[in-house]
Write a protein that binds this ligand. Structure first.
Ligand code: 48H
Length: 260
């Protein structure tokens, strides 16, 4: 077997040209999703399946968000019906514990959800932090996000960011609801207050996160734990049904809005 080799600069050229081709298209999209945790991945999968041009910006160099940590680092996750359908749709194998109650490995859930999202056509970009939003007035609305390399943030360098245009932005940043928090601090005209989540009450938290997931202010949606932060809803611990179902719900709401 003869191994094909490349000169170092040829490797660099391929990376630079291929990356730039993607980035040209990423600067103006239908949907920006902030965070590649469970809710963001599911939102990305269903938005892309509907034909929406979708990009997920993830601060870290991996996907899955809080899935990998399971419950106190134990490598199983619990989901209940009908959220199991989303996981089956992504090819996950579930163990039925009792009627409508399932468990699966954290690694399988992360890997297969991400594969399904990528296969649906969503782009996941690692190492990018959303640090601000873009807005317009008349009517007042969110029209995009402001991004920076996470490494620049970590090094605390003063580097100006880039702006990305999006017809819809989804905050899937988890407990801190980072995008919504930025809006609450920087654009008082939206009159948005973020009370953050309540203490644990799993059944109530699961139901309310699913019920309240949606468009919070024009152009900006919340899914997953970000919903709990906006409405002061109880946390639910390591059960992921409402994370998955709220991701799907938000993707469908965005599609309904954008197709008009
Ligand atoms: C780019 C960012 C930014 C940013 C954050 O925390 P996540 O897993 O979020 P969810 O809501 O999909 O799932 C929550 C779940 O994991 C969980 O914590 C539960 C169910 N807790 C219940 C309880 O009681 O504790 O993922 C968020 C992702 C992460 O990967 C972050 O790195 C990323 O978003 N992120 N990416 N720019 N500004 N902020």
């Amino acid at each position: 077997m003869e191994l094909k080799t490349l000169e170092e600069h040829q490797i660099s050229q391929i990376i630079i040209e291929e990356t730039l081709e993607d980035w040209k298209s990423i600067t103006n999209v239908d949907v920006v999703i902030v965070g590649a945790g469970p809710s963001g991945l599911v939102a990305g999968k269903y938005a892309a399946e509907k034909g929406l041009k979708t990009v997920i910006f993830e601060r870290r160099l991996s996907f899955g968000g809080g899935i990998g940590g399971g419950g106190m680092l134990l490598h199983k996750v619990v989901v209940t019906s009908p959220a199991d359908e989303i996981l089956r749709d992504a090819g996950c194998r579930l163990k039925e514990i009792s009627n409508g109650v399932y468990a699966l490995d954290t690694a399988e859930m992360m890997a297969k959800l991400a594969t399904a999202t990528v296969d649906a056509g969503a782009k996941i970009i690692f190492g990018v932090t959303v640090e601000d939003v873009i807005f317009r007035t008349d009517p007042l609305r969110i029209t995009g996000v402001v991004i920076q390399w996470s490494a620049v943030h970590l090094a605390q360098l003063h580097v100006d960011p880039l702006g990305i245009k999006a017809r819809a932005v989804i905050d899937a940043t988890g407990h801190d609801a980072e995008v919504l928090t930025i809006v609450s601090k920087k654009i008082p005209e939206f009159n948005l207050k973020i009370p953050y989540e309540k203490s644990m009450y799993a059944p109530l938290g699961e139901n309310l996160v699913l019920e309240k997931a949606g468009e919070i202010i024009p152009g900006l949606y919340a899914t997953g734990m970000a919903v709990a932060a906006v409405y002061n809803l109880p946390r639910m611990g390591p059960i992921f049904s409402s994370m998955l179902l709220s991701g799907k719900k938000v993707a469908e709401l965005v599609y309904e809005k954008l197709k008009k």
